[in-house]
Ligand binder design. Structure first.
Ligand SMILES: C[S@@+](CC[C@H](N)C(=O)[O-])C[C@H]1O[C@@H](n2cnc3c(N)ncnc32)[C@H](O)[C@@H]1O
Length: 306
């Protein structure tokens, strides 16, 4: 498999990985016994929904490969539009905070109080003049009313795929339209699904364990993707991820599981959805270097009001 075909189903998908991410991981020597099949249980919470290991190491995870390559893309569009900017599903502020360097007002909305708390902590370390231009809102991207209009609204890193029904996707696009200035731009990034990763039913994970350093304890944190279950009827894939913190003596300090439910959306389905919600497609790319649409890579949609 070449570097490009490795980049696909998602950060979340078990089929695909970014090349440089794999290279980094190759340095690690996993010492855990890996349990490949683990049915989700009552203690398995939805992704990002709690304060815990996943949220604590989110920024450490995003320092590899794929994640680096979208920041300039969003920054350039923000500068062209002149702001204000709204990021839906802003998480820990990975993108919203660097966007402050443009001098624009930046708003971020996220459904996870835990992720927003990380963003707030990062904002507190900025200079007063910069930090006060970042406005963070707890809310659902498929039902929000901020009382403002924005020249640029974006949904990065496949967060749109966490809306798992067509209704929620439509409501989200409706809210986006209501919050956009007349000449405003919208960018949405989702992955372009690889067909062989969409087989029905339970699929064993082929993704190797990943290892990170906890930013506070400096312990190792091993992340495993356990079983994935695909439902082609609803186009939802559900994965169980296990996060294990291990101290210097090899003892397990904490172990938590979270469930990732995401919806895959095919390119032409996405185009119909966009157009039926009152937007026109201004550009369509397969990465953040503005490459033309391509199977199994990213879907990067640049939209304006129709
Ligand atoms: C993959 S993270 C992306 C975070 C950030 N945009 C980035 O690129 O690093 C997905 C984010 O979407 C948020 N999210 C999921 N469903 C949401 C919803 N319905 N409304 C708002 N945020 C949501 C999650 O809490 C999480 O912070």
């Amino acid at each position: 498999m070449d570097a490009i075909s490795l980049l696909t189903l998602s950060k979340w998908g078990t089929c695909i990985f970014h090349h440089s991410f794999v290279l980094v991981l190759a340095r690690f020597r996993p010492t855990l016994t890996i349990n490949l099949r683990s049915p989700m249980n009552e203690s398995t919470l939805p992704f990002y929904s709690r304060h815990g290991l996943h949220v604590e190491i989110y920024d450490a995870q995003t320092q590899f490969g794929y994640f680096f390559q979208d920041e300039d893309f969003y920054r350039q569009t923000a500068q062209i539009t002149g702001g204000p900017v709204l990021e839906l599903g802003c998480g820990t502020g990975r993108l919203a905070i660097p966007l402050l360097e443009t001098g624009l007002e930046v708003h971020g909305l996220d459904a996870s109080a835990a992720m927003l708390e990380v963003a707030r902590r990062k904002r507190a370390s900025l200079s007063a003049g910069t930090g006060e231009r970042l406005h963070l809102h707890l809310g659902d991207m498929s039902r929000f009313e901020l009382g403002n209009r924005f020249a640029f609204i974006f949904i990065a890193f496949r967060s749109f795929q966490l809306l798992t029904t067509s209704e929620a996707q439509r409501r989200c696009l409706h809210c986006v339209r209501e919050h956009l200035t007349p000449n405003g731009k919208v960018i949405i990034n989702i992955f372009d699904p690889l067909y062989h990763c969409l087989l029905p039913g339970p699929q064993e994970s082929t993704q190797p364990p990943r290892e990170f350093v906890h930013p506070v304890s400096e312990n190792r944190v091993v992340v495993e993707t356990l079983e994935r279950v695909n439902d082609p009827l609803t186009q939802i894939s559900q994965e169980c991820w296990r996060f294990t913190e291990i101290d210097a003596t090899g003892e397990i300090v904490r172990q938590e599981e979270e469930s990732l439910r995401l919806r895959w959306t095919f390119r032409y389905e996405m185009r119909y959805l966009i157009e039926s919600c009152g937007f026109a497609v201004e550009a369509e790319y397969s990465d953040f270097h503005r490459s033309p649409p391509a199977y199994g890579k990213e879907q990067v949609w640049v939209l304006k009001t129709a």
